[in-house]
Write a protein that binds this ligand. Structure first.
Ligand code: GLU
Length: 308
């Protein structure tokens, strides 16, 4: 990897923020400055990190949290038990849609990266209440992002919780249809918290580097998650990581990635690079406009398309 290349990618992609808008359905996200773009790359070959632009700016992890929480649930419960509760199919519907379950008469959520699936996955984390589950989730995020200073963004959390009625309706729908046990409000509380952890692109590149390295943290060679869990998560990122733009992204970019409405993107180049990107202006599907452009340029310039 090469710092100059990343600088050039930021320069070429930055203007794409004009094609998007910051998310406003969570009011605290609506106050973020859209004119930002940052990238960080963890290079497994030499164990070095390279960054450019707003790489060190903090933002809410949002849906990218669905990756570490799924990994933690798999570690705690085993792959088979987790996928007895959640499917691994792309939905073709937006991330917070109830329609896919209603139309298909599903008995469990279609994948762990839509909100219904993520709420069920959160409920699987061992802990007797929201505080205990969130404490475990935050410690695991610190471990896999290699940053012991990760914290909850209180303002985002309160904003999510206050305005989270769609998530409430999804959770009550699931509860009424026996898709999960437990207290809806308590599970939602730890779900809102997992989405409201502040990260930067360097943290995301570390998380991605563990996945790229089949579950082993490259900075200390510790096996953080099983190879099987890392492979499973990368494959779901390929089919369902970018909301209902996942098919397009796989076809035209070709790298496993997960986005969040805070503007983050986390992408994995297997055996090579862990990549974190941040650009808060989003397209209508909820993906960072400048961030996706930057990722596409990086994949093309370095030849990282996994299908090539
Ligand atoms: N907390 C957000 C929600 O549940 C996460 C959405 C996202 O990043 O996709 O609505």
């Amino acid at each position: 990897m090469d710092k100059k290349l990343l600088d050039k990618i930021i320069e070429e992609s930055f203007q794409y923020y004009k094609k998007g808008h910051v998310a406003t359905y969570i009011p605290a996200l609506g106050r973020v400055n859209p004119e930002q773009l940052g990238i960080a790359v963890y290079d497994l070959e030499n164990n070095e990190q390279y960054f450019a632009g707003n790489a060190e700016t903090s933002f809410a992890i949002e849906s990218i949290s669905k990756v570490p929480v799924l990994l933690l649930a798999i570690e705690e419960r085993g792959l088979k038990n987790v996928f007895n509760k959640v499917d691994a199919e792309p939905t073709g519907f937006s991330f917070n849609s109830i329609l896919n379950m209603e139309i298909n008469k599903r008995t469990y959520p279609m994948n762990p990266f839509v909100n219904t699936g993520a709420i069920v996955i959160n409920s699987l984390i061992n802990g007797k209440n929201s505080d205990e589950r969130f404490e475990k989730i935050l410690s695991f995020m610190k471990l896999i992002c290699n940053n012991e200073h990760l914290t909850l963004n209180q303002e985002i959390y309160e904003s999510e919780s206050r305005t989270g009625d769609i998530n409430r309706s999804l959770a009550y729908y699931m509860k009424a249809n026996d898709m999960f046990d437990g207290d809806v409000e308590d599970v939602l509380d730890s779900y809102f918290k997992q989405c409201s952890v502040n990260v930067n692109t360097i943290d995301l590149s570390n998380l991605a580097a563990v996945l790229a390295n089949n579950g082993i943290a490259p900075w200390n060679n510790q096996q953080i998650v099983s190879e099987e869990a890392a492979i499973t998560v990368k494959s779901i990122m390929t089919t369902a990581g970018l909301y209902d733009e996942s098919g397009d992204f796989s076809t035209h970019v070709g790298i496993p990635a997960k986005s969040g409405v805070g503007g983050g993107l986390m992408a994995v180049s297997p055996d090579k690079f862990g990549i974190g990107v941040f650009g808060p202006a989003l397209d209508k599907e909820g993906n960072s406009t400048a961030g996706m452009k930057a990722l596409k340029l990086l994949v093309e310039k370095v030849g990282l398309n996994i299908f090539e």
